[in-house]
Design a protein around this ligand. Structure first.
Ligand SMILES: CC(C)(COP(=O)(O)OP(=O)(O)OC[C@H]1O[C@@H](n2cnc3c(N)ncnc32)[C@H](O)[C@@H]1OP(=O)(O)O)[C@@H](O)C(=O)NCCC(=O)NCCS
Length: 179
């Protein structure tokens, strides 16, 4: 571990809360005028990184983006509103939740179109991982997200171990078939 190990204290969820608004342009869409899924993932990644940066106050890299449901199509001309905050900080990583709405500019109503969880890792100027401040959940919602984030981390770790085991077995089968 590098700098930051001395314990930079804690931060609240409110300190990481971030928001981004984008107008969907033709360049962001497919031939039917619907926002491309990859473009939406890009906006989600950027908004998530803002929250991770505000929590850690250092450079961050995306380590993982969990399953995303695209609930509703988003069209050219729509106003896309993305909000993010840190759900839980671990040692050098943070789980961030991002929620996306389409805002009807005339009625100002918001339609939920997508949600995702991402994991960011804090690094210094030299790319070395750094310790992040603890997160102190305050409200009931923040405490629920904090607990759920630990379950999701355990699930990610179990899934990574399962994939690693499958790779080892596949390599052993391959080696036996091609001695
Ligand atoms: C993310 C990265 C820094 C992790 O480095 P690493 O040497 O594998 O580090 P470790 O396995 O020791 O894990 C470090 C932390 O990252 C977390 N992490 C690593 N891989 C992860 C994954 N796939 N999903 C979730 N968390 C992950 C670990 O849980 C650990 O968290 P903790 O310190 O809070 O306990 C490294 O894999 C990397 O640089 N990846 C590329 C990042 C990037 O370029 N992103 C943009 C994608 S285009």
């Amino acid at each position: 571990m590098s700098s930051g190990e001395s314990g930079p204290g804690f931060r609240t969820v409110a300190e990481s809360q971030s928001e981004m608004t984008e107008i969907v342009l033709p360049n962001d869409a497919n031939v039917l005028g619907n926002l491309l899924g990859g473009r939406l993932m890009h906006f989600i990644d950027l908004t998530g990184a803002l929250a991770a940066y505000r929590h850690s106050r250092t450079h961050v890299v995306t380590a993982a983006m969990d399953h995303i449901d695209f609930i509703q199509p988003v069209h050219v001309g729509d106003l896309l509103n993305l909000r993010s905050s840190v759900n839980r900080a671990f040692t050098t990583s943070m789980e961030v939740g991002v929620k996306v709405w389409v805002e009807n500019a005339q009625t100002s109503t918001m339609l939920h179109v997508a949600s995702a969880y991402l994991v960011f890792v804090a690094i210094d100027q030299n790319g070395r991982r750094v310790r992040v401040p603890e997160l102190k959940p305050i409200t009931a919602d923040e405490q629920r997200r904090f607990s759920d984030a630990l379950l999701r981390r355990e699930h990610r770790e179990a899934e990574a171990a399962r994939r690693k085991k499958a790779r080892i077995i596949a390599a052993a089968i391959d080696a036996a078939a091609n001695p």
